[in-house]
Design a protein around this ligand. Structure first.
Ligand SMILES: *Cc1c(COP(=O)(O)O)cnc(C)c1O
Length: 221
């Protein structure tokens, strides 16, 4: 039994924060250990690995895609993915909508916003994010549901930097919710916090954390 998992799962449950166990590079046996302990939400960052694990593991697992998604790979996961955290362009959203229609289901998505002070290729700027929510095409996309935002803080020991970045994301979230989703409760997920910063994320209003190494142990590959 994984003591660290039990402790963190308990702690997050008390705070009503959803734990997404990030299982990238981990074996199906390691995943099953947490499954048996009650964990159902798992996150992967690569489509190929996600598909393989989906095939092999129990069908009541809720699979989260947390890594960069290429447009041409949406079709492989559209039929069953639970939540895509990493939507970072309108073109991708359009393809998710197309594949959702084919699969006959509404696919829930988060927009990934770039909040860190680091070089990264992925994530929307604040302006790009606002422009997606303001895009009139969004209304006609019946097979995607935008449910919130995701972001990653700078990888630093300076807590105040991390806190400030999370606070900024929370503010964006509240802005969008007020301006675009005041009539519905579907816009409700704020996916922020990983092993090193999930406590700060929780204090700053996270509803969903993505934790890998802290519960599975360090990744070796
Ligand atoms: C790997 C990964 C995580 C988890 O990282 P840990 O530091 O192992 O908790 C969270 N979010 C994303 C997007 C990741 O790729």
């Amino acid at each position: 039994m994984n003591k660290e998992y039990s402790r963190i799962a308990e702690e997050l449950k008390r705070a009503s924060i959803l734990l997404v166990a990030v299982s990238k590079t981990k074996s199906t046996e390691e995943i099953m250990e947490l499954y048996v302990a009650g964990q159902r939400d798992f996150g992967e960052n690569r489509v190929q690995e996600l598909r393989e694990k989906y095939e092999l593991l129990p069908k009541d697992i809720r699979w989260h895609l947390i890594g960069h998604l290429q447009t041409n790979k949406v079709k492989y996961i559209a039929g069953w993915v639970h939540l895509i955290h990493s939507v970072d362009r309108l073109e991708l959203l359009q393809e998710i909508n197309r594949q959702g229609e084919k699969a006959g289901r509404v696919i829930e998505c988060l927009l990934q916003v770039y909040i860190a002070k680091e070089e990264t290729k992925f994530g929307l700027s604040d302006e790009e994010m606002y422009s997606i929510f303001n895009n009139p095409q969004l209304k006609s996309m019946k097979f995607v549901r935008l449910c919130g935002l995701m972001g990653m803080a700078t990888n630093t020991n300076d807590e105040s930097v991390i806190r400030q970045e999370f606070r900024h994301l929370k503010n964006l979230f509240e802005d969008v919710k007020r301006d675009h989703f005041s009539e519905t409760d579907s816009f409700k997920h704020l996916s922020m916090g990983m092993s090193s910063d999930y406590k700060i994320a929780g204090e700053e209003g996270s509803t969903m954390v993505r934790i890998g190494s802290l519960i599975f142990g360090e990744r070796t590959n």
